[in-house]
Design a protein around this ligand. Structure first.
Ligand code: PGA
Ligand code: ZN
Length: 420
């Protein structure tokens, strides 16, 4: 096996790492690392050059690490032994957060190896994932970004994501069709209000509402105008991305509103939204360090899926801590937060053992790579969060799911939505 790498660009036009694995039989596979904007502190480190190129964001050093140290260390290993290859890269790095070689370097290699392994066995990528994960493959329920704020939209709104989740759909393709209708109606609603319809980083709209209620009203309106029932057919999910709001005192300034909320006020505000709108899931409703208030958040919002993103950072140890403390009931799964495929699947297993739901997620910076669709299918019984149904970095995943659907796999629907 030989390993090559290059610097390519992601959906924000920023450099990222693409790795290419060539097997002895000539088979080739490549994969690239995504990149977040609202990142958690516990994530694997993304190695950036910090030199003049691309405003310091170049990844030439990470690419050199793949072509040099990593290629040397893994070239003698079997591409089908994913665990050994991932363990070798972790040991070679030697840090707890992959800060020496770069999580962007290790992940690109890990994903390319995963693909090469599937190709070597002549099986689809989702089947390879399901074998490694020990899971029954199924078509995931998508939660789809409709309105964006936070760091994905120049802080045009305080809450980062307002998403639509087609809880009443009978299949993945029906779910996608419903979402496209809701997305189109949401754009018409914005236009009718004289608000912008330009795209945010994940292809969502960013109407720049001052408060969340205005955005939630528009969501309900758009679902209705699409000829669907808000709540029964299409419900709402939120990603507050609270870790990107929190200030030095541990409070949460909502700058568009000109208000600062305490943790207790954050919980009450979200409880009010849940009482008034068909919201079924909230992600990062409190910050990644607010462990003291997460138990109250979890008690105060029974029956709602509470997802940890920055809070868990796809680290099995943080998920285990949450399970012990009875905090949240679902884990967001982002491969580059972890840095390897094996570590990511460990996080999936840890969540499942604790009875937590999983939401396999893209980053706000993505490439045309579609591995995420296969990962979500292979992990089985879950949900997928890719962004909006706009721009090819997002559609690469949605379209790959349409291809995979032809295999006749069961539809997870709401079976994987917490509380399970
Ligand atoms: P990120 O956003 O990729 O910018 O971290 C996605 C999310 O917060 O879920
Ligand atoms: Zn998030």
């Amino acid at each position: 096996m030989t390993v090559h790498a290059r610097q390519i660009l992601d959906s924000r036009g920023r450099p990222t790492v693409e790795a290419e694995v060539t097997l002895a039989n000539g088979g080739q596979a490549r994969a690239s690392s995504p990149s977040g904007a609202s990142t958690g502190k516990a994530e694997a480190v993304e190695l950036r050059d910090g030199r003049a190129e691309a405003e310091g964001l170049g990844v030439r050093d990470a690419v050199a690490n793949v072509k040099g140290e990593i290629a040397n260390a893994v070239c003698g290993l079997d591409a089908l032994d994913q665990q050994a290859i991932d363990d070798t890269m972790l040991a070679l790095d030697g840090t707890a957060n992959l800060s020496r070689l770069g999580g962007n370097a290790t992940l690109a290699v890990s994903l390319a190896v995963l693909r090469a392994g599937a190709a070597a066995r002549g099986e689809p990528l989702w089947r390879r994932v399901s074998e490694l994960a020990g899971a029954e493959p199924s078509m995931p329920l998508p939660m789809v970004n409709i309105l964006s704020g936070g760091l994905h939209a120049g802080r045009g709104m305080d809450v980062q994501d307002f998403l639509a989740i087609p809880v009443g759909a009978g299949s993945y393709s029906e779910a996608l069709d419903w979402i496209c209708r809701v997305r189109a109606e949401a754009a018409r609603c914005c236009a009718a209000l004289g608000l912008p319809t330009l795209l945010a980083d994940e292809g969502g709209l960013s109407p720049g509402f001052e408060n969340a209620e205005q955005a939630l009203d528009l969501m309900v309106d758009a679902i209705g105008r699409a000829g669907l029932r808000a709540g029964d057919d299409v419900a709402i999910t939120l990603d507050i991305a609270s870790s990107s709001l929190v200030d030095a005192e541990g409070n949460y300034p909502f700058s568009r509103q000109g208000r600062v909320y305490s943790s207790a006020e954050m919980i009450e505000m979200q409880a009010r939204w849940v009482a008034r709108y068909p919201i079924v899931s909230i992600e990062d409703g409190l910050g990644e360090d607010d462990w003291a208030n997460w138990p109250e958040m979890t008690r105060r919002l029974p029956g709602i899926q509470l997802v940890g993103d920055d809070l868990f950072a796809t680290q099995p140890g943080r998920i285990a801590r949450a399970i012990d403390a009875d905090i949240c009931n679902a884990a967001l799964i982002k491969v580059n937060q972890n840095g390897t495929v094996s570590g990511t699947l460990d996080s999936v297993r840890k969540a499942r053992e604790g009875g937590y739901a999983i939401v396999v997620s893209a980053r706000s910076g993505e490439t045309e790579d579609d591995y995420l669709a296969d990962l979500a299918v292979g992990c089985g019984g879950g949900q997928i969060k890719v962004g909006s149904v706009r721009t090819s970095d997002r559609l690469a995943k949605y379209n790959q799911l349409l291809r995979i659907e032809e295999a006749g796999l069961p539809w997870a629907g709401t079976s994987g939505l917490a509380p399970l």
